[in-house]
Each structure stands twice: as structure tokens, then as C-alpha cells.
Design a protein. Structure first.
Length: 202
């Protein structure tokens, strides 16, 4: 397994996340420099700097194999969730370490769960970042459903039903989560049927 190659793709993932953090910072500026400006600025620069290191020191781009592809997928999700919690954690409020990580994982996995009692109480920059995590997670989730099938659905269900209740606060948007889960299931089933049809013709 080519660790350098994997780190290069992970760096690109972090840069992608960092760009959205800075876009959220722009939203904060347009909203009159709300309280999320500094957390988003610090988080964006940290994420971009860490993401740039592999691209600077690893210049070769080779084809990836299956095991490297799985490693990139899993580690990209994990790193996105860890760095994605930084704006929440630095902003403070209801976001303890556990709550910030929960909100980040919820966004990137598009489960629709939240620890917040009133989402609209967040500053606009942080609301934009929260929405961005759902967008980034949705794009990545679509790829995982196409390539791995049911795996993401299992992760989302375990997270929603197994971990969330133990936090004991906030509300879970179960209806929204169920709709997202149903959509992923339909996509996964359609993909599997398409693969079986293609296999029959080959």
C-alpha cells in the first residue's frame, strides 16, 4: 500500500474542506463579521496548511488500487469529521468536544441529527459551514453508495440509533434522516441491479 499516494489524496480532501471553511468565513463577513468569523478563519487556515503538506512533499500521482481506494475513503471521512468540528469547537456555546464531533459527523454522514436546540441561533457563517458539511458529505456519500453499496447506510444507522441517544440532549430529526436513508437505499439497489445487468452482458 502506497502511504505517500494515500496522503496526497487525503491532503486534497482537507484542502477541499478548508476552501468551504473560508467560504463560510466570507458569509460571516457579509453578515457583519458575526461571531463565527475568527473560528472559521483559524479552522480554515489550519485545515488548508495540513492539507497542503502532502501535496508539497509528495509530487508523484500514480494509479490507486482497491485497497488504497478503501483506505482513502475511510481516512478521508475520518479526517473530514475531525477537522470539520474545529469551527464548532472554537466557536463554543453548546459545542463541547463531544457535541462538536457529533455535529461534524452528523453533517458529513448526512444523518440529519443535531445536538442543537435552535439551529437558527447560530451565526450565519457557522450555519453555512454546517450546510456545507451536508453538501460535502452528500457528494462523498453518493460515491460510496455507488462503490461500496450498503456500507454508508449501515454506518449512518449505527451512528443515529446507537450513538446519538447516549448523548442525551438536543433533538434528532428522525424524519429527515429516514428520508435520506431511503434515498441512499434506492440508489444502492439501483446500482447493484445495474451492475448485475452489466455482468449479464459481459
Amino acid at each position: 500500500m502506497n502511504i505517500k499516494l494515500i496522503s496526497r489524496y487525503l491532503g486534497a480532501t482537507l484542502i477541499f474542506n478548508g476552501i468551504f471553511m473560508l467560504l463560510s468565513m466570507v458569509v460571516s463577513i457579509l453578515s457583519g463579521m458575526d461571531s463565527s468569523f475568527t473560528p472559521l478563519l483559524i479552522s480554515g487556515f489550519i485545515t488548508l496548511i495540513v492539507g497542503c503538506f502532502p501535496l508539497i512533499f509528495v509530487r508523484t500521482a500514480e494509479d490507486i488500487n482497491i485497497s488504497e481506494g478503501f483506505a482513502i475513503t475511510i481516512l478521508a471521512w475520518l479526517l473530514s469529521c475531525v477537522f470539520g468540528m474545529l469551527p464548532y469547537l472554537l466557536w463554543g456555546g453548546e459545542f463541547t468536544l463531544a457535541n462538536a464531533l457529533f455535529e461534524s459527523v452528523s453533517g458529513f454522514t448526512t444523518t440529519g441529527a443535531t445536538i442543537l436546540n435552535d439551529i437558527e441561533a447560530l451565526p450565519n457563517g457557522l450555519i453555512f459551514w454546517r450546510s456545507s458539511t451536508h453538501f460535502i458529505g452528500g457528494v462523498g456519500g453518493g460515491q460510496i453508495v455507488q462503490n461500496v453499496g450498503i456500507a454508508e447506510i449501515i454506518v449512518a444507522e449505527v451512528f443515529l440509533d446507537g450513538i446519538a441517544p447516549f448523548l442525551g440532549k438536543g433533538e434528532l430529526h428522525q424524519q429527515q434522516a429516514a428520508q435520506i436513508g431511503d434515498l441512499h437505499i434506492r440508489q444502492a439497489v439501483a446500482t447493484q441491479e445495474r451492475r448485475r445487468a452489466d455482468a449479464c452482458y459481459t
